[in-house]
Structures are given as C-alpha cells and as structure tokens.
Design a protein around this ligand. Sequence first.
Ligand code: TYM
Length: 343
Amino acid sequence: MKRVFSGVKPTGHLTLGNYLGAMRQWAAVDQHRADALFCVVDLHALTVDHDPARVRRLSRQAATLLLAAGLDPRLCTVFVQSHVDEHARLSYVLECVATDGEMRRMIQYKEKSVRERERGGSVRLSLLTYPVLMAADILAYGTDEVPVGEDQAQHVELARDLAARFNHRYGRTFVVPRTTVPKVAARVMNLQEPTSKMGKSDDSGPGIVYLLDEPDVIRKKVMRAVTDSGREVVYDPEARPGVANLLEILAACSGGDPADLSGAYASYGALKKDTAEAVVEVLRPVQERHRELCADPGHVEEVLRDGAERARAMARPTVDAAYRAIGLLPAVSGAEAVLNAAR
Ligand code: TYM
C-alpha cells in the first residue's frame, strides 16, 4: 500500500483554498487508497512572528477541522508535528545535505522575507530552513505521495532532491516522494486580488473565505469578488483571472469542469450567485461536524495522542537509519553496553 503524507500549518484560520486544494482530496480519496498521515505542522508556525497562545488555539482548531472535513482516524493517522520528535531530529541531518543556495532560491522564502523586511521586521533563520523541515516531515515516513496545492510543489521537489542526494551519498535510506495536485482548484485565488493565492496568513479578509465563515459572510465575500472588465463569462485564467477563479471554485464544489461551466452563464452576477451557494453547501457539513467535535474536545485529544503514537513508531526506524547512514554513532542501551563489555 502506498504511503501518503501531508500537512497544514496553523498560522491562520483555514481557508477554502486549503479545503479545495488539499483537505477535500485527503478525506475523499487519499485516506481510502493509501496508508495516509495528516499532520498539523505546528513547528512551521514558529517561522514567522507568532503569538504562542494563538498558535496553540489554531493548532487545536486545525486538528478539529481535519476531522470535521472527514478524516477518519480509523482509516488514517492524524497528529501534531511537535508531538513526534523525529521531525526535528531528521531536519538537522537534512540541513547537512541541503545547501544555502538552494534554500535561498525557494519562492516562498523570497516572497515572505521581502514582505517581512518591508514591514520592518526581521526574518527568522527558521524561515530559510523551513523547506528542510518540510522535507523531514515527508521523508521520515517513507512517503510515496504528497497531496498538496500547487504552491507547495517546489517544496516537495526539494524533498525529492534531498532524498536522492542523501541516498546517493550515504546509501539508500529514503523513498523519493512525488507530488500530487488536484485537477481543479490547485491554486484558489484571493477573491479581491485574483492574481494572488488565497492564503490564510494574508491580511485581506474580504478576499478570503474561511472554513468557519457563516453562510451569509461567504455569500457576501463571493458576491463582492473582483471580476474583470469584460462581460462575457469565459474561462481564461490569464486574461480573466477573477472569473476563472470563480469558475474553478464552482467546478471544484460542483464536480464540473471550469471551461464547460462557463457556457452556462450569461452574466457575472449569476455565476457569483451559484458559486456562493455551491461554497455554502460544500462547507455546511464541515461546519456542522466542527460544531459537534467542539462539544467533545476530549475526543480530538484522544485522536491526536493515538495518532502521535502511531506516527512515532512509523518514523523512528527511518530516522534511526538516516543517523547511522550519515555516520552518527548509534546510542547503545544499558543492557547492550553490558553485553558489549563482556564480549
Ligand atoms: P499550508 O498550511 O499553507 O496549506 C495546507 C495545504 O493547503 C494547500 N493550499 C491551497 N491549495 C489551493 N489553493 C490555495 N489558495 C491554497 N492555500 C493552501 C497547500 O498547498 C497545502 O497542501 N508547507 C505546507 C505545510 C507542510 C507540508 C509538510 C505539506 C509542512 N510540512 C509536508 C505537505 C507535506 C504549508 O504551508 O501548507
């Protein structure tokens, strides 16, 4: 059975982009066809300015939303990254395989570091090394496939490079993973700025649909989406990014094809109305389940405890093997030391 690994970062409230680009596939497809792990990657949330209490709150909320979106702990492993030491253990070893140059070429680092500097903030070293930790997340589990939205493809590519380089230098240790992205909605755009990704850490609230937005808030955000100056509804992501984004969202929610759907609409207004209703309907069951789960926080904690235990057992042998392969002296237990001394 294939091993699948993916994660969400608790740096903000989860969005429609997270859901359509990633979580929905995890629940509908991946957990049924593979030995799958899904992780709230909280260590990654410390790479930018953060408030400790907020990260804790968002981590709990992200875990609850993963379950609300349909991840079933009987089918897959759901856990929190910082509960499993192997991620940080492996990350250091991979830092000894990665180069400074390849880290500085990562698009997200370039964009975020420019933004941080413009705001007068400093850039944490962990923002630069973030993709190595992400590679460790993936490689620790012998992952075959990483289902993500398009924005993460470059990071998974780095994980592939590091795995191949490590194997070449120190002997075959890691599975070289591959990315899978959804056919539609692999990059949901901000409704107010349709040339930028809908990102949970961005400040532009009106352009972002959050998974826990009330139905009326969702309707308002979609109805106010920025469209283009034309009038005809055509699917052309280059020339008409606003309309293309709405068509992609509608297609992802209703199971259609964006180009085919464009023919069914004579006006932007009608397209927005149907898109808003489709989003409300797709999120309704997630929000209902989220409410139920919030009433039983003990259940979520139990799932996470059990998930971390399973994840630890899976990651440990691979990370131990990497430590041995790169030249670190294995630690011996007390009993082994006595045996060795007697030999
Ligand atoms: P994060 O938390 O930004 O996003 C979680 C998942 O949602 C996808 N996604 C989107 N898809 C389509 N349109 C959007 N607007 C959109 N916004 C987000 C992301 O592509 C992602 O699949 N670095 C990762 C977290 C991570 C990870 C990992 C993922 C850490 N370690 C190991 C996979 C494997 C991140 O920041 O995702």
